[in-house]
Design a protein around this ligand. Sequence first.
Ligand code: FPP
Length: 279
Amino acid sequence: METLKKELEKLSEERLLSMIHLAHLPKHVAIIMDGNGRWAAQRHLPRIAGHREGILAVQEVVTAAREVGIEYLTLYAFSNENWNRPTMEVSQLMRLLGFYLKKELDSLMENKVRLVAIGQIDRLPKPVIRLLQTVEEKTRHNRGMTLVLALSYSGRADLINAVRRVVDAVQKKTILLKDLSEETFSDYLHTQAIPDPDLMIRTSGEIRISNFFLWQLAYTELYFTKTLWPDFRRKALLMALLDYQNRERRFGQVAPKKGVKPKVLHPENFHFRDQKRGV
Ligand code: FPP
C-alpha cells in the first residue's frame, strides 16, 4: 500500500481527479486535523504559525471537497479537551476561527456551501458565537455542500447529552422507551440531520479517534496519514478518496453492500474519463 501511495503521489492532481469514481464518492468525509504544532516546530516557529497555515489547508480542502462533489465535510476544529491548552493558544485559536468565519463568508456563498457548527457552542467566546450564527443563517439555503465545524466537541459529551435528552423526552412522553432505536437515538446527537461519515481522515500519523464521533464512526472507513494538517492539501484529499474507493464496505455482512464495488487500487487499473463535475 505504501508503494502504491508513492506511485499515486507521482501523478498530477488532475490525473488523480480523473481516477475518482464520482458514483462512489463518500457522502460524508470527516477530518481530524492534527499536526499544526509539529508543522510549526519543524520550522522553529510558534504554534500559532501552524494553526495559521492550517487555515490555508482548511480553505483548500473545503474547495476541493466541494469541487469533487462531497456532500458533507466535517472538520474537527476544536475539541472539548482543547480548552485545557494554554490560555494564550486557546484565545489565538478563537481569534483565528473568527477571522476564518469573517473572511470565508463570501467564498462559502459563492460555492453554495452551508455552514453548520456542532458541539458545546455556548462555551465559545460571545463574538465567535455571534459570527457562527450569522454565517449559519446566511448560508442556510446553500445546497452545494454542508461544511460541519465541530467546535468544543467531544464524542462522549455528545452521547451523554443525547441520553439526557432521551430521558427528558421519555419523561415528557414525547417518545416511548420501547420505540428507542439506533435511528431514533441518532436524532438526539449533535449530528442529528447529518449522515454518519463514510470516510474519516486523521492527519499527522496519530492512529486514534481522540473522542471524536464515537457513535457516528461505527461503520466508517478510517484513513490515517503521516502528512501534517498544514500540508494536507487538494492532492492529499484526492489520494484519501482514491484509497477509500478501493475499500470493500461490507457493513458486517458477507457480500459488499449493493452498489459499492471494490476495485484494485493501482494506477494502471483506473480508467481516465472526462467526468462532469459539480462546480
Ligand atoms: C491540531 O494540531 C489542530 C487543532 C487543535 C486546531 C485545528 C485548527 C485549525 C486548523 C485552524 C482553525 C480551524 C478552522 C476551521 C477555522 P495540534 O496543535 O494538536 O498539533 P500537534 O499535535 O502537532 O501539536
